[in-house]
Design a protein around this ligand. Structure first.
Ligand SMILES: Nc1ncnc2c1ncn2[C@@H]1O[C@H](COP(=O)(O)OP(=O)(O)OP(=O)(O)O)[C@@H](O)[C@H]1O
Ligand SMILES: [Mg+2]
Length: 257
């Protein structure tokens, strides 16, 4: 993967700095280009700014200085309404699937379509939602159950189906497997890869504490340290790196598996 022009990148961060209190900088000049179509893993010690960086990509936080360019559009050029619509380009799955407790599995997946695709008939909304649930491998027998009536793995599948509802170009996962048992972790990791492969052109960006998975499934890895990009490259670039912090992080992650 050797992108050359700006259009080959899904997300570009140019010298992005962020301070919440005007004193301490959480992001200290992030330079990053995420190749379109890549499955990118973002790794780094706790508190280094991974989630804050994701929120900048989503336009949920604004940089104190620097530029955030998503799908060739500078987020700063958009007003709030345009930005809200623009966010339909993203599908997001956080650590907790964040499903609506009082809605059934099917209703959860229909929700973004009802919100953002008002031109669709209820029949079409249902048809698309059923397609997405099929795509993530959830048996139709669960469609009318509430989130509390299905297992953790099924909740993740439902969350992913909902994230896919609007056919987003970019999928964002923030620690999708933290707190899950090893079997469920592997299932979710595989689901991320399968979903990525099933949708050619999709860019998947995943923050992960699970280095083993990050190096196994990602084709592009970004390591943040103290608000800066320490290294960005292929898993092989990481294995070959002489940077001490990278070595410590990589060796530790691999040893723990
Ligand atoms: N809205 C906010 N206001 C003030 N400080 C914040 C805010 N959001 C995050 N921070 C601070 O920014 C720093 C980076 O947080 P962030 O959540 O990005 O870390 P992280 O790399 O995702 O860590 P983890 O791996 O534990 O999830 C932390 O010190 C956090 O307290
Ligand atoms: Mg985080």
């Amino acid at each position: 993967m050797t992108p050359k022009s700006q259009g080959d990148y899904a997300v570009v961060l140019q010298d992005v700095k962020k301070t919440f209190d005007g004193k301490e900088f959480i992001l200290k000049g992030i330079e990053l280009k995420i190749p379109k179509g890549s499955l990118t893993a973002i790794i780094g010690f706790s508190g280094t700014g991974k989630s804050v960086m994701l929120k900048h990509m989503l336009g949920l936080l604004k940089p104190t200085s620097g530029k955030v360019i998503v799908l060739d559009t500078d987020l700063a050029s958009m007003d709030d309404n345009t930005l809200t619509k623009f966010r339909c380009n993203f599908g997001v799955l956080f650590q907790s699937a964040a499903l609506f407790d009082d809605m059934s599995v099917l209703e959860n997946v229909c929700f973004p379509l009802e919100e953002h695709r008002r031109e669709l008939s209820p029949e079409d909304v249902k048809k698309i939602a059923l397609e997405k649930l099929k795509m993530v491998g959830l048996d139709t027998a669960h469609n009318n159950k509430l989130p509390s009536q299905i297992s953790g793995g099924m909740q993740k599948r439902t969350g992913l189906a909902r994230a896919l509802a609007l056919d987003p170009e970019i999928l964002i996962y923030d620690e999708p497997t933290t707190g899950l048992d090893p079997i469920l972790t592997e299932m979710v990791d595989n689901l991320i890869v399968e979903t990525h492969k099933a949708r050619p052109g999709t860019t998947s960006i995943m923050v992960s504490h699970d280095l083993h998975a990050a190096f196994r499934i990602a084709d592009f890895v970004v390591m943040l340290d103290a608000g800066k990009v320490l290294l960005a490259g292929t898993p092989d670039d990481f294995y070959k790196s002489d940077l001490e912090l990278v070595r410590r992080f990589v060796d530790k992650g691999i040893k723990h598996q």
